[in-house]
Design a protein around this ligand. Structure first.
Ligand code: CTP
Ligand code: MG
Length: 228
């Protein structure tokens, strides 16, 4: 079973703001995207890894990944205006390598545990798709004009994470038939009728989206790298 990885990094990070897109910000010297890439390269099962980046970020990406010296890392390809278009560009670029499986991961989730990656790969032995996710634990209700309304049962509700993994040929054809608007690849897969198994994700696998997330990530990087 050969496994390819797509690291999607073509977004602009508008919610976080700032000059440099969030995936290129340093967390204790090492950038967010480099951390995400290195986690996947630690897995021997991974045969190829392709970054999908914004065309304006070629230099930022080259700097962030400089010196990796791992022949599994393929030249970055340009993404598009939506995440789904970016993923599709990555899939198209991987096609000639004929991977059996592909894992699609947000560059903005640098602390994905090794175990979550392995569990997604394992789930693909018996399913066309697999997604890291966490069950919703807080109570949910609607609100209107700042007032709480009806409760929403949280049973069966999950928060999606990445990696989301798939049988390569199936997700490529699902993306080719998709209109490019899907929020994530599970949406695209479901539209094509693929089964997607839920795999327990991790609270550590949060996506850096806001300033608060960035502060948390800076602290986590310190904890991770402080000896003792
Ligand atoms: N992404 C992408 N191409 C896009 C949009 C998003 O490759 N057109 C990537 C981002 O770089 C990120 C991941 O998809 O790693 C998850 O997206 P998100 O967290 O929403 O990042 P941004 O779109 O960059 O942030 P924002 O929505 O705040 O602008
Ligand atoms: Mg976005």
């Amino acid at each position: 079973m050969s496994v390819a990885v797509i690291i999607v990094a073509a977004g602009r990070g508008r919610r976080l703001g700032g000059e440099i897109p969030k995936q290129y910000l340093p967390l204790r010297q090492k950038s967010v995207i480099r951390r995400s890439v290195e986690v996947f390269l630690r897995e021997d099962a991974v045969s190829w890894l392709i970054p999908v980046i914004h065309p304006d970020d070629r230099v930022l990406c080259a700097e962030a990944l400089a010196g990796l010296q791992d022949s599994r890392v393929l030249p970055a390809v340009a993404g598009g205006d939506t995440r789904a278009i970016s993923v599709r560009r990555g899939l198209e670029a991987l096609q000639s390598y004929e991977p059996n499986l592909v894992l699609i991961h947000d560059a903005a989730r640098p602390f994905v545990p090794q175990e979550v990656i392995r569990d997604v790969i394992t789930a693909l032995e018996t399913s066309d798709g697999a997604c890291a996710a966490l069950p919703v634990i807080d109570a949910l209700w609607n609100s209107q004009e700042g007032l709480a309304q009806a409760p929403i049962p949280r049973e069966g509700l999950w928060r999606a994470q990445t990696p989301q993994g798939f049988v390569f040929d199936r997700i490529l054809s699902a993306h080719r038939n998709h209109d490019g608007t899907g929020a994530d690849d599970v949406v695209v897969a479901r539209e094509a009728g693929l089964d997607v198994r839920l795999v327990l994700g991790s609270e550590q696998n949060y996506k850096i989206t806001t300033q608060t997330d960035l502060e948390r990530a800076t602290r986590d990087a310190e904890l991770l790298e402080t000896p003792g």
